[in-house]
Design a protein around this ligand. Structure first.
Ligand SMILES: Nc1ncnc2c1ncn2[C@@H]1O[C@H](COP(=O)(O)OP(=O)(O)OP(=O)(O)O)[C@@H](O)[C@H]1O
Ligand SMILES: [Mg+2]
Length: 270
């Protein structure tokens, strides 16, 4: 089987393999794409938590992007954790040299346990320099709260926050509902043309490590193959849903999901 498209992943490494660049590569590969990477940080972690983070020099991150894409042009780009203002600026500058319109930005800011991963100045740079450049942004609820400065408790608040993000210059917003304490998961896709709500049953499991990384990479892969936005989000959410449902139960903490569930999706939607 030949890869369907080429995707550049700009994100941090997760040594436990469940999230970050490892989850991104597994997702892109399982869905039939070719994955390239620009590593932004190396984390030492397992399913019980993060032990340390080693940042990569911002210049080297930019160089990974430019040098790699000069040779193999990506059809889509997924951006994950960018830990500092300098890194965000370096990535924004490098992306000017890579003419790929399908950029999915997962604005990772808050870790599963609730701790902030980036500082105020990085949040400002993200707002000013990157959000407008992305084709789609995929914040979770805590991240949308930080970006919009409003509290999100229910679906109405989610819609309100997505509208604020639209006013901030985002083209398309997929606001993920994974953090709401409700029976159903509601992810909302909003742009100037309207709104679509994806509703799924919340699965009772602690094994949801890397759901966000996986979802943004899956959507970037579907977009890079030429699928429309709404369909790409629908397929991405379905892929994550099946991956949670068939999680292998590894580790003593928040275990990984199962990235090898793509075959069903391909058959169903081809
Ligand atoms: N328990 C669950 N059952 C079903 N779907 C879930 C569950 N938890 C998360 N999801 C889905 O997973 C996707 C990712 O959402 P989530 O809000 O968890 O992202 P995230 O917080 O960025 O994840 P991460 O912690 O990996 O960064 C969404 O489509 C969400 O609806
Ligand atoms: Mg996330």
């Amino acid at each position: 089987m030949k890869p369907k498209s080429k995707i550049l992943i700009i994100a941090g490494s997760d040594s436990s393999g469940g999230a970050g660049i490892q989850a991104d590569i597994k997702t892109v590969t399982a869905l039939g794409g070719y994955a390239m990477t620009a590593v932004t940080a190396v984390t030492v972690q397992n399913t019980t938590g993060v032990s340390s983070v080693i940042p990569i020099n911002p210049k080297q991150i930019g160089k990974q992007i430019i040098f790699t894409c000069r040779d193999i042009k990506p059809n889509g780009i997924k951006i994950g954790m960018l830990h500092s203002s300098q890194v965000i600026k370096s990535v924004a500058k490098a992306l000017k040299k890579v003419k790929t319109s399908k950029i999915v930005l997962d604005p990772v800011m808050v870790a599963k346990g609730g701790s902030r991963l980036i500082n105020q100045s990085a949040i400002k740079t993200l707002k000013n320099e990157l959000i407008k450049k992305a084709y789609l942004i995929t914040p979770n609820i805590p991240e949308a709260e930080v970006l919009t400065k409003i509290k999100i408790k229910n679906l109405e608040d989610m819609i309100h926050a997505a509208n604020i993000l639209l006013k901030l210059g985002a083209k398309n917003i997929l606001l993920k509902g994974g953090h709401r304490k409700s029976k159903y998961m509601e992810d909302i896709l909003l742009n100037r043309n309207g709104i679509k709500i994806f509703k799924n049953k919340k699965m009772k499991t602690r094994n949801t490590h890397g759901t966000g990384c996986t979802l943004s990479s899956a959507i970037a892969t579907f977009l890079s193959c030429g699928k429309p936005l709404k369909k790409s989000c629908e397929l991405g959410i379905k892929y994550v849903n099946q991956a949670i449902g068939s999680n292998p139960g590894y580790g003593k903490g928040h275990g990984p999901i199962n990235h090898l569930n793509s075959i069903l999706i391909n058959r169903k939607f081809r």
